[in-house]
Design a protein. Structure first.
Length: 42
């Protein structure tokens, strides 16, 4: 039973570690589209 729980238990720290990277990627993507929109208005 513990062996069956092992993958899901290791998945939680990996997801918690990857979440800031995903959030930063979407934040950069949002700023990138905003910056290109500003430059297109210039």
């Amino acid at each position: 039973m513990e062996h069956a729980l092992s993958p899901s238990m290791s998945l939680v720290p990996n997801f918690a570690r990857a979440f800031p990277l995903v959030r930063a990627f979407f934040c950069l993507n949002h700023y990138n589209t905003h910056i290109t929109g500003v430059f297109s208005h210039l």
